[in-house]
Ligand binder design. Structure first.
Ligand SMILES: *[C@@H]1O[C@H](CO)[C@@H](O)[C@H](O)[C@H]1NC(C)=O
Ligand SMILES: *[C@@H]1O[C@H](CO)[C@@H](O)[C@H](O)[C@H]1NC(C)=O
Ligand SMILES: *[C@@H]1O[C@H](CO)[C@@H](O)[C@H](O)[C@H]1NC(C)=O
Ligand SMILES: *[C@@H]1O[C@H](CO)[C@@H](O)[C@H](O)[C@H]1NC(C)=O
Ligand SMILES: *[C@@H]1O[C@H](CO)[C@@H](O)[C@H](O)[C@H]1NC(C)=O
Ligand SMILES: *[C@@H]1O[C@H](CO)[C@@H](O)[C@H](O)[C@H]1NC(C)=O
Ligand SMILES: *[C@@H]1O[C@H](CO)[C@@H](O)[C@H](O)[C@H]1NC(C)=O
Length: 431
């Protein structure tokens, strides 16, 4: 499955390395200043009454009681902003192969124009050059299912927009089985995606032949996957949708062994077993002094319109508006599984391993209009009865790009720079 992207052939321009490093240095300085500025708390900057009426403040949840000097980036609201968003254009990013909603005929493109506004501060502006500098000589790997693959695509689109695209020398891209690698060569920065839909080993691991209807999970085995990301510098995991079923067939032993034991295990117990295997792997194999760990919480689906007051039997098909209920949770999020994630991550923390949680679930809950529905690549020709009833094949699980996963990456970006920024802030303040 080695695939070459169009536009990788040919290409003459490579920039002189001296000019490059000068540019990079300037960019870094400018970013540093920008970050320092945007990170300052916005005490006085409440929306004017005009703005409030225009942006509908209910597209988000009410902030929790915050601690002194702390900003919960996940507590906020969606603000319509067609000036700064989208952060890149669908047509200009060749890495979006499936969720090109505009290309597949979606007419209402407002889903590209929403900015996430935390209540107590601003998100730092995404600066691709600064992130490339940060990733110099490093590997960042997104591990998990198609949702995290989507986040990887978004990240690569965000990065690629600053790399001269006519240059074969500036970047490479290759796809080998479960692994997809984007490399910004000037920076020797590798941004990868590794397909492991249940994180632990399963009969669904084949990137082409998913076996999704009858999963069998080898709940104590992860090494087969982990070897591909064991030396990464930044790891971003997700793990949810493939476990979202009443029970799971679990295998002890190996797939071919004659004395393997198979058992149906109920949820969320089976999920807890898988997450525990994963956490033990991290505890034993990850060196915390040079590895940063992230977990992206479940990506919500919008398959039941009655959740948000729509008609029973409908889904996200033809939705163009956000959900306006405050503190909204739909049936597409499984809170029992959220508890498992919390417990596993807290236990790890108690044992000295820190995983930063990108808690994107609720903020994405409001975005019922941002799924592809019928505007995406189809791998099989649609049947007549499907075409007669588009709702029956609407994808209310993945996300259009540009779109919601770009915001997840802005949150990831904010976390990656979090420890770096306060130092600069105090330097600015000292002047
Ligand atoms: C918007 O604000 C301006 C000044 O603050 C005020 O004059 C105007 O009436 C407001 N418009 C609306 C629609 O509230
Ligand atoms: C942004 O949205 C406003 C209000 O819907 C519209 O008047 C304006 O033309 C839009 N601007 C762009 C650049 O699309
Ligand atoms: C390039 O990056 C890789 C990590 O992706 C690292 O192992 C390697 O040492 C880097 N090369 C140089 C020359 O620094
Ligand atoms: C592709 O992956 C397979 C299995 O991990 C490996 O054996 C092979 O060397 C890889 N090929 C390339 C070109 O990297
Ligand atoms: C899919 O599942 C079937 C039945 O368990 C198994 O025979 C087959 O090898 C699986 N496919 C892959 C790619 O693991
Ligand atoms: C972890 O990484 C640091 C810095 O690279 C190194 O000094 C240390 O020996 C490593 N610890 C272990 C247990 O490998
Ligand atoms: C994520 O945030 C929600 C509130 O929106 C909270 O209930 C949940 O416990 C958080 N999850 C984790 C893993 O921290």
């Amino acid at each position: 499955m080695a695939k070459k992207l169009p536009g990788e052939q040919g290409g003459a321009a490579t920039w002189g390395s001296i000019r490059w490093s000068f540019h990079s240095l300037m960019a870094l300085l400018i970013t540093a200043l920008m970050l320092a500025v945007t990170y300052l708390p916005r005490k006085a900057e409440m929306p004017s009454s005009n703005e409030t009426s225009r942006v509908a403040p209910k597209y988000g949840r009410v902030g929790r009681a915050r601690q002194e000097g702390e900003c919960d980036l996940f507590s906020g609201r969606w603000v319509y902003d067609n000036v700064s968003y989208p952060l890149y254009k669908e047509k200009e990013c060749q890495f979006i192969s499936e969720m090109t909603c505009e290309k597949y005929g979606r007419k209402d493109l407002s889903y590209q124009n929403w900015r996430w506004q935390p209540h107590d501060c601003d998100l730092p502006r995404f600066n691709a050059i600064a992130l490339l500098e940060r990733l110099r000589n490093k590997r960042m790997v997104f591990v998990g299912d198609s949702l995290i693959r989507g986040q990887w695509v978004s990240m690569v689109c965000l990065m690629d927009s600053v790399i001269p695209s006519d240059s074969l020398k500036s970047r490479t891209y290759y796809h080998n089985a479960s692994r997809v690698v984007f490399k910004a060569k000037e920076y020797n920065a590798s941004i990868e995606s590794y397909w492991a839909p249940l994180l632990v080993e399963s009969n669904c691991d084949d990137p082409i032949n998913h076996n999704a209807s009858d999963p069998i999970v080898r709940v104590q085995a992860i090494e087969k996957h982990a070897q591909h990301w064991s030396d990464a510098d930044i790891l971003v995991f997700d793990n949810y949708l493939w476990w979202r079923r009443p029970q799971m067939k679990v295998l002890w032993g190996s797939f071919k062994s004659p004395d393997a034991i198979y058992k149906e295990v109920k949820m969320p117990r089976a999920y807890e077993m898988g997450m525990t295997t994963w956490s033990q792997w991290l505890e034993i194999h990850v060196n915390q002094s040079n590895t940063e760990l992230f977990f992206v919480t479940m990506s919500p689906t919008h398959e039941r319109a009655e959740d948000w007051g729509g008609f029973t039997g409908q889904n996200c098909y033809q939705e163009t508006e956000l959900i306006t209920k405050e503190d909204y949770w739909g049936s597409g999020s499984n809170l029992a599984m959220m508890r498992v994630v919390e417990t596993v991550i807290n236990d790890l923390r108690a044992r000295g391993v820190t995983i930063q949680v990108l808690n994107i679930t609720q903020l994405s809950e409001y975005r019922k209009e941002a799924h592809p529905a019928i505007h995406r690549k189809q791998y099989r020709p649609l049947k007549e009865e499907q075409l007669a009833n588009p709702m029956s094949y609407a994808d209310c699980m993945h996300w259009c790009l540009p779109g919601v996963p770009d915001v997840w990456n802005e949150l990831l970006y904010a976390h990656i720079f979090k420890n770096w920024v306060p130092k600069l802030e105090s330097r600015v303040e000292n002047k």
